[in-house]
Design a protein around this ligand. Structure first.
Ligand code: GDP
Ligand code: MG
Length: 440
């Protein structure tokens, strides 16, 4: 699977100080496959990969992230941006009623979504919608909307199967005005495939009722075909937004990206089930992690970012530049790591670590952290600032004071020296560059 492949690449990159062009190339190959597997259109994928490569290469690696995580972060951000900002607003006409046409292929979820939207408008915005049954081709369709209307205790405007859909729509708008409905939600007919007769009818309807909003309803299971569907509907009708249905299923959701790329209109809502209240605002960020199949990694990254105090990071950096990083700072760092939650949870969220969690020898030793903390706390202020003054007898005392062994103390002192050396190299490397850091 994709997640596994990305994890392999991530593992390779983890631990490196910098992301090389080759690393990015490797990761991008996996991301590319992931997007194609999720049925994102290949042209869209190509453009996307080019964008990400450029962004990822130019970035400095944040202290709180590994280079691999940082690349994933960029991928996620770009993917989110590609789907647009969260935008679950429905147009409001200056003069009511606001007219909304629901369009899309047969079975996409138009009728269901019409009812869901009516419910949403009433519940969240205190509106009074009129539902309109314009799918006259299937007798059951009118009945379906009427049933939903009853369930919602909302009126449904219908004229049976002999009436002309364009006329029905026109009459419905007039009726809505007379009865002071502020929204008119028109459920239209669909076809199994895009066809000219249907498009012509929808165009006539559009001309007759000048809708404020034309929502394209798309089944998220639609794969590569979503591009064609979105393109046809948009070319003929200039849709103003989309609703992605059946996201409660196991779709990877590549359709979301195609729709946005092709129509350049926001995906406003997501259908999350068959029930009337299962309509949610569309969250581009959640969709991005779904497509990448890396929700856990992303939440780990978020957590790590949220926990790095910018001010402290700056202070630390200054100290590093002057090379007076002390064991006190070290303790503070430990606290920050701890504030992210149990280490085991954090590691559990990392790719590849889920499986590792079950293996005893790879289990995170929280006791080790506590030991380290105890050792540092047993040092004098001077020793914390300059551990080189800690001689043999002091090592013994510190071990005793912290309930550890002299080997534990030696190991920590060695690690601290190594860390300092590494940091020195890092600061030397960053020395010339500007100090952009943080938000990325
Ligand atoms: P229409 O032909 O476009 O009007 O589609 P319908 O509204 O009749 O929906 C077709 C089928 O998809 C019905 O069985 C709906 O219950 C189902 N459906 C619609 N939206 C969703 C959704 O968000 N999740 C799930 N699981 N099913 C949905
Ligand atoms: Mg229908």
């Amino acid at each position: 699977g994709l997640a596994a492949r990305l994890q392999d690449t991530l593992t390779k990159i983890r631990g490196k100080g910098k992301v090389s062009e080759q690393d990015i190339k490797e990761m991008m190959r996996e991301v590319r496959l992931a997007l194609l597997e999720a049925d994102v259109n290949f042209k869209v994928v190509k453009q996307f990969i080019a964008n990400v490569k450029e962004k990822a290469l130019g970035q400095e690696v944040m202290k709180s992230l590994t280079p691999g995580q940082q690349v994933i972060k960029v991928v996620n951000e770009e993917l989110t941006a590609l789907m647009g900002a969260e935008q679950s607003k429905i147009a409001v006409a200056q003069k009511p009623p606001t007219v909304v046409m629901m369009v899309g292929l047969q079975g996409a979820g138009k009728t269901t979504t019409t009812a869901k939207l009516a419910n949403h408008l009433r519940k969240k915005h205190n509106r009074k919608p009129l539902l309109v049954a314009c799918d006259v081709y299937r007798p059951a369709a009118i009945q379906q909307l009427e049933t939903l209307g009853k369930q919602l205790n909302m009126p449904v405007f219908s004229k049976g199967t002999d009436a002309n859909p364009v006329d029905i729509a026109k009459e419905a708008v007039a009726a809505a005005k007379a009865e002071h409905h502020d929204y008119v939600l028109i459920d239209t007919a669909g076809r199994l495939h895009v066809d000219e007769t249907l498009m012509a009818e929808l165009q006539d309807m559009k001309a007759a009722v000048t809708p404020d909003e034309i929502l394209l309803v798309v089944d998220s299971m639609t794969g590569q075909d979503a591009v064609n569907v979105a393109e046809s509907f948009n070319n003929q009708l200039d849709v103003t937004g989309a609703v992605l249905t059946k996201l409660d299923g196991d779709t990877r959701g590549g359709a979301a990206i195609s729709i946005k790329a092709v129509t350049n209109t926001p995906i406003k809502f997501a259908g999350m089930g068959e029930k009337i209240d299962q309509l949610e605002p569309f969250h581009p960020d959640r969709m991005a992690s779904r497509i990448l199949g890396m929700g856990d990694v992303l939440s780990l990254i978020e957590k790590a970012q949220a926990n790095v105090d910018e001010e402290k990071a700056k202070e630390l950096e200054k100290k590093l530049r002057n090379m007076d990083f002390t064991f006190d700072d070290f303790l503070e760092q430990l606290d920050q790591v701890k504030s992210m939650g149990p280490l085991e949870d954090l590691l559990g969220m990392m790719p590849g670590m889920n499986k590792a969690k079950g293996m005893k020898n790879l289990k995170v030793d929280e006791k080790q952290l506590t030991r380290v903390e105890a050792i540092v706390k047993s040092m004098t202020p001077l020793e914390k600032r300059d551990p080189s003054v800690i001689n043999g007898s002091r090592r013994k005392r510190i071990a005793k004071g912290s309930g550890t062994t002299i080997q534990d103390v030696n190991r920590l002192l060695k690690q601290f020296e190594d860390m300092k050396k590494m940091m020195k190299q890092m600061t030397a490397m960053q020395g010339g560059k500007g100090k952009k850091r943080g938000k990325g």
